[in-house]
Design a protein around this ligand. Sequence first.
Ligand code: GLC
Length: 712
Amino acid sequence: MKQFTSAEMEERAEAILLRMTLEEKAAQMVQVPVAYVTREEALLWARRGAGSFLHVLGDDAREIQQEALQTRLGIPVLFGIDAIHGHGLNQKATIFPSQLAAACSWDPSLVEEMGRVTAREVAADGLHWTFSPVLCLGRDTRWGRVNETFGEDPYLAGELGYAIVRGYQGDDPADGEHILACAKHYIGYGEAVGGRDSCDTEMTYRKLREVFLPPFARAVEAGVATVMTAYGSIDGTPFTASEKSLRTILKEELGFDGFVVTDWDNVRSLVEKQHVATDLDEASLLAARAGNDMMMTTTAFYESAIRLVKNGKLDERVLDEAVRNILRVKIRFGLFERAEQRGEQEKLGCAEHLASALRLARESVTLLKNDGVLPLGNSVRRVAVIGPNADDIRAQYGDWTYFTHPHPKPKYTAARPYVTLLEGILTLAKERDVDVSYARGCGVMHEECDDLDAAVNAAKNADVILLAIGDVVQQAGEYRDRADLSLSGRQEELFLRLRELGKPIVTVFISTKPLCICRVAEESAALIVAFNGGMFGGQAVAEAVFGALNPAGKLPISFPRHSGQIPVYYNNLPGWHGEKYVDLPETPLFAFGEGMGYSRFAYSDLQADAENLHVSVSMTNLGIRAGSETVQVYLRDLVSSVLTPVKRLVAFQKIALQPGETRRIAFELTRKDFSIVLPDEQTVVEPGDFLVFVGGSSKDEDLISTKISLRE
Ligand code: GLC
């Protein structure tokens, strides 16, 4: 594929733009929801020159593209889809762990591979663009979409976001194996008051720059082609209407040179939900002026934009700039040369891709507690697998797959291959001559057919009980926030009934996000967190249970003890009088960065050099098994002009060590790692003393520290 210089791309875009009519420019800024229009309407939009269509699979995209290529200027259409953890809306595709589960791996190379495989399958399907990654932060677990984030920390989300954008786009997104990525939802979408999806975020621009902007800055550094505007608002100004967020910060300061697409019908929301515009003309004016280049599903923008320009209310140059951004991305992506290209359909779900999903599922398994019951020893001859999520692939997949999402062609039965926990256990147990009994016991949400007695009966002769609990997709996703994060239905009752048998219970948490599982966690012999592990999540957990896998996952998000404790993220600001509630400890149930394996690691001899900002530490595997651990580096600014977090992640490395092995691990920090954002929104580095923490989690007891004095 010919590589165009940026000058050639600019010239080419300009040459097309100069020939476009006002109507063609307005149409190019519209993204049409194929699932919501008839076939004739879709073809009409193609003839008008609509810039993009979404939620259509390759077979149905072709005729729309052919219609578009017949238009006067033949500008090809961009097809976008939510390939959020694999090309999951296509039943043939490889389904990876969710972003939150993938983040437990703390492995940018595996997350990049998830992006690369997803891109190959989306491109093979004849589509061009995924609305991924989500770079919002999961800081309020009441919010329905925490599962789509890389967790609560800006640095971890930024590193994994950078990786997956590189995976999606590659060095040359026009090579037929890569696709356009979309950093979303810009910005601070998960910070809505009360965890209420799309509500106002009471944050300041200082907080926006300090906490929420870094992951998007990393995505821009990775060359992300598009950014999606969030539904919500910042202190009363909808992001869709926020020129400061979109033009000043994203396009001018960060130098983002792709195009901005709104989220679903954001323009209409300015009228109907946020009530900052009286009609669609006014809303369209606000959205275009603020810097939105493409309007997702608000097809009425077409007539409004034409009317606004003709009435002199909107300068046509605003449309020119938006269309130029869109054309530049289409040219860079090689769309004019390969508009109808499709790859081999056999790539979808091929063995190489499935192996990639299994690798990531294995690295995501997170062991949070183990009294020694795991890995199961040879004395264990009978295992009872109990619980609603032990054999429910829909719960295991979580959101954004072909059978949890209405578009484009929902299917209501899961396609093989996949491995649930029960299936994984049955396979490995058979190899070890271990008997397995199974009972569902109850639903995740209350069901008439709950049968706790059957579950107790199935477990009464077992040596060990595996209990799979969590949530289901009806309790998470867009429009599905939860005020009460305790285990729903009779899950806790089921646990207590099983506890009466006096046998060790290994709880396996298969859930979209953290829930308040204090009692279960305290009384389980072991606790494994899998979140939504994708096609092979059940196999990966089963391998950890039997010791075929030495788990190395670390939490990318804190587990609250109670909904009332939220927000409970680790990088909080100091100053709390009393440091705790009168009725709860101040610590989360499980902390950011926490996770253990079947090895034990120790850290010693921490060095930090104030001149070159190098940090080094010795790490030893004290266990009898080879294993990996993610070494984390945190900073605390001891005195600063604004409050700064009690600690903040600035670096990490996943290290594999043989039993007894000691290795020197080095980190190279930069002055930017020490920076803070002042009330006037300037980012500065203030000289002074900092504490450097290094260890296996964000908990003080897992860290060693040393002081470093930064001079001018
Ligand atoms: C949805 C989501 C967004 C998604 C888009 C297209 O409402 O907010 O994440 O990419 O619309 O499906």
